[in-house]
Structures are given as structure tokens and as C-alpha cells.
Write a protein that binds this ligand. Structure first.
Ligand code: PLP
Length: 478
């Protein structure tokens, strides 16, 4: 773990290369036009190839990622990304293009993007899709700007957006950025939106309800059609936060639940790498009546040609340079075409089975505050353990000692000491069993030696960091 700097491996005269004997006349670089040679040699480390490879491999092993093991961050969907997506996104025919090239030189690429839009529309039950937004939260903002423009067009200036208390923090933030006032409604004791509470909050000043279904508790809103009616009856629209699409794909479609606008997180649902700040991709889908408001240019097809259509007078405008994060789209397209419709359905099935397996095995030891049936993720509470003086944060830190990543903690806010667990469909039963065994072990340790758990992690490269300082002032120097 205590890896030295590369310069500390240096030994005079050691080399990582060999050159064939000189077969041309030797030339003195200082004879002639000027002095080309350094007076002092550069202070570069003198190391062999094996020194270099071992050094950087050791550094890479201090990290943890989806390629290392389970990464059960609830809501984030950190699943394994098949390497064939990477292979496809790297072929020179796709990477050696420039967005300023003419449409007729890019027909193959445009066809891929056009197909991707169609697949997304099909999976979600929407009529039109833009690929421009760069993330889920960017998609939310774009969706809300579309809603805003739609109401402006109707001469109906609605100022409010309703968001349930279990929502992801980006929902109220996006609504506020798009110029709306946010009204929060409380979930009921089953962890769902209460139609009566919604009816009370809903009126003609409300532009939209933003909903995640299943919610961040992993619970499907069974009253969704009634909820949609309540909003539509007062002229409002329904926004679907599609981050949990991997819980329903192939089974139900947000469009059929009567949502009007949604975003996808290609980097969650469709198996493209994410984390560390990007890049992602958050396409937005809408029903037909909102299609004129989508960002331009719109990728269209006339006869056999694909082209970018800028003639969109009602469009909210451009929201990304060029056409969005193309390389992420390529990976998502590769994933969708290789697994196909039945594969996406199977993905959903396995995600739900895996989460329910973990839930069943852990719910005796850790409190399960909402007992409703859940889909691809579930939320436990560490409140029993908190009574022993050990917080959820401590449990998360202790997991790292077992070489496993921690779940999302302290979110959603409706659960005290929350542990939000999403194993994803790509983990096998041995990996799930190992995670279960580790969690049960930690619960036992809390009874036997709480101080040890409180001081964890013990085996990681760095120990307890000041979390906000670590995020704001990363220590990148030796
Ligand atoms: C991840 C997530 C978002 C935000 O998506 P980003 O791509 O991270 O911006 C929004 N809502 C939910 C429920 C999420 O899990």
C-alpha cells in the first residue's frame, strides 16, 4: 500500500528501452547552426519497463471501481459495463470524426444516434427524444425548461413544481434553476405519494409534478394512474425522473403511466461508465405535443438521409456544444443492440431479484423502515446500531476494510441513518452472499467491539478523511 514515487525507483543507467546499433553516420548536434544539446541531463527517473508497469499497477490497485467488485450505491446504478461497449466506442471509424463534418459524411454515425433515439422512445413510451443533455440533472433542467416554454406559449404562467420528500436532491434544484417555486409533499407511511395530499397541493398554479417511479425507496407508486389524473385534471404535466428505469424496463413504460416528459441516465441504465464527475448522458423524451420545444438541432431523416434540423422556432435552444456526449451514446447504443429487448427485460428482472435477495437476508439485522414490496433497490436504517453508538457512516467505513464498496448513505432523507442498497443485475450470488456475510459480520462487531468499528477503516490507503474538505481540496501532491 505504501507505494514510493517513481523517481525513488531510479537507478543510474537503468533503461526501459533498447535501440538497434546506429546504422547511419553519427552527427554532432552542436556543430552547425547552434547549440542543441542540454548542458545538464534532464532529471528523469531511470527505470526499467517492469519498474514502470509495477509502479502504476500498484497505484491503480489503491483505487476501487466497478471492475474491482460490488458497488452497491443506491440510486446510482453502478453496474458492470461490458467491455464490448468500450471496444465499439473506440473504433477509428467512429472516433476519427469531427462534428463540423458535413452531414453526408456522417451518415453512419447519425444512423446510430437516430436508432438510439428510437430505442429510447420505445422503451419509455415517449414520442420524441433529444440526446443533447449531459447528465440526469441536466436532463431535468431541460425537461423543466420545455414545460416552462409550453406554458408560456399557452399564456398560462405557472410558477410551481411539486416534488415529493423522497426525491433526489437534483429534482428541487433543477426546478428552482428553471425558475419555479418548489412545493414539497410528504410521502405516506408506506413510502408513497398520498393521492389525498397531492390533491390538496395541486392547483392551476402548478406546472408539474416531478416523480421517480419506483421512488428512491425502490417502491413502485401503485396509484400512479390516479396521481397522473389529479395533475392532468388541473392542467399540470408529469415529469418522470428516469434514474430508476432499470427497475421497470421491459415491464412498464412511463409514457403508459401518463408521464409527459422524462429523462434517462444512459450512464446508469444503459451500462456506460460513470463516476468521478462524468461524462454522462441524460436524453430527454417527451410526448408529441411537447416535441416542438425540444433543443435544436433535431436529428431528422428525410427519404434516406439523416440531417440536423435547425428550423425549430419553438425550441428552447441549444443546451450542449455540438450534439451532446457522443461517446457515451455510442456505448449505450452498443449495449441496447447487443442485449436487445428481451435482454433489457432480463436486466430488470435480475436487478429486482438481486435487490430482494439482499433485502430478505439483511432485514432482520438492520431495520427496514418501509416494508412494502420493492424493486431494484431498498433502504435500510442503521438506527438499531446507532443505539449502540455506531452510526451508518461508521458501517459504511467498515465495509471498506472488507474490500467492498459502501451503499449510498443518509439518502433518501425520509429514512434516519439510511443505507440505500442497489446491487444491480450484474452481481452473481457468490458476490451477494459475500456482501450479506460482511454486513452481518459488521453488525456482530458493533456488539462486540464498537470502538473498532467507529475507528474504521483500518486497511485502506487513507483513513478517515474530512469528507467535505476531501471533495473540495483534493490532495494531489506528494
Ligand atoms: C442519479 C440521479 C439523478 C441525477 O442524475 P445525474 O446523471 O447524476 O445528474 C436524479 N435522480 C435520481 C433518482 C438519481 O438517482
Amino acid at each position: 500500500m505504501d507505494e514510493k514515487l517513481i523517481k525513488d525507483y531510479s537507478s543510474p543507467g537503468r533503461k526501459g528501452y533498447s535501440l538497434p546499433p546506429l546504422d547511419v553516420p553519427e552527427k554532432d548536434l552542436n556543430a552547425g547552426l547552434g547549440n542543441y544539446l542540454r548542458e545538464e541531463p534532464l532529471a528523469l527517473p531511470e527505470v526499467s519497463e517492469v519498474d514502470v508497469v509495477r509502479h502504476y499497477t500498484a497505484l491503480s490497485e489503491m483505487n476501487y471501481g466497478v471492475d474491482s467488485g460490488i458497488y452497491p450505491l443506491g440510486s446510482c446504478t453502478m453496474k458492470y459495463n461490458p467491455k464490448r461497449n468500450e471496444d465499439l466506442a473506440r473504433i477509428p471509424e467512429l472516433t476519427q470524426l469531427h462534428p463540423y463534418q458535413k452531414d453526408d459524411q456522417l451518415q453512419g454515425s447519425l444512423e446510430i444516434l437516430h436508432d438510439l433515439k428510437n430505442y429510447l422512445a420505445e422503451v419509455s413510451g415517449m414520442d420524441a427524444v433529444t440526446l443533447q443533455p449531459a447528465s440526469g440533472s441536466h436532463g431535468e433542467f431541460v425537461g423543466l425548461m420545455i414545460i416552462r416554454k409550453y406554458f408560456e406559449d399557452q399564456g398560462d404562467l405557472r410558477k410551481k413544481v411539486i416534488v415529493p420528500d423522497s426525491a433526489h436532491g437534483t429534482n428541487p434544484a433543477s426546478a428552482a434553476m428553471a425558475g419555479f417555486d418548489v412545493i414539497e409533499i410528504k410521502s405516506n407511511e408506506r413510502g408513497m405519494v398520498d393521492p389525498a395530499a397531492l390533491r390538496e397541493a395541486m392547483n392551476e398554479e402548478v406546472a408539474a409534478l416531478m416523480l421517480t417511479n419506483p421512488s428512491t425507496l425502490g417502491i413502485f407508486e401503485k396509484d400512479i394512474l390516479e396521481i397522473a389524473d389529479i395533475v392532468h385534471e388541473k392542467g399540470g404535466l408529469l415529469y418522470y425522473d428516469g434514474a430508476n428505469m432499470n427497475a421497470v424496463m421491459g415491464y412498464v413504460r412511463p409514457g403508459d403511466m401518463n408521464f409527459d416528459v422524462l429523462h434517462f441516465n444512459l450512464h446508469k441504465t444503459f451500462s456506460t461508465p460513470h463516476g468521478g464527475g462524468g461524462p454522462g448522458s441524460g436524453p430527454v423524451g417527451v410526448k408529441e405535443f411537447l416535441a416542438p420545444y425540444l433543443p435544436y438541432p433535431v436529428l431528422s431523416k428525410s427519404e434516406d438521409k439523416y440531417f440536423w434540423d435547425y428550423a425549430k422556432e419553438k425550441s428552447i435552444g441549444k443546451v450542449h456544444s455540438f450534439y451532446g456526449n457522443y461517446a457515451v451514446m455510442l456505448r449505450a447504443w452498443a449495449y441496447m443492440v447487443t442485449v436487445g429487448g428481451p435482454g433489457l427485460k432480463k436486466t430488470t428482472e435480475n436487478a429486482v431479484i438481486n435487490a430482494n435477495y439482499l433485502k430478505t437476508k439483511l432485514k432482520e439485522t438492520f431495520e427496514l423502515p418501509y416494508g412494502e414490496d420493492s424493486l431494484h433497490e431498498f433502504v435500510l436504517s442503521g438506527s438499531k446500531q446507532k443505539k449502540e453508538g455506531v452510526s451508518t457512516l461508521n458501517i459504511a467505513k467498515r465495509l471498506l476494510d472488507y474490500d467492498q464498496y459502501a451503499p449510498t448513505i443518509y439518502f433518501p432523507l425520509v429514512v434516519k441513518e439510511a443505507l440505500m442498497i442497489e446491487p444491480t443485475e450484474t452481481e452473481n450470488i457468490e458476490t451477494l452472499d459475500r456482501f450479506i456475510e460482511t454486513m452481518l459480520n459488521i453488525a456482530r462487531e458493533i456488539n462486540e467491539d464498537p470502538e473498532m468499528v467507529k475507528n474504521s477503516p483500518h486497511t485502506t490507503v487513507v483513513r478517515r478523511l474530512d469528507e467535505s474538505q476531501a471533495a473540495r481540496e483534493p490532495d494531489l501532491c506528494w
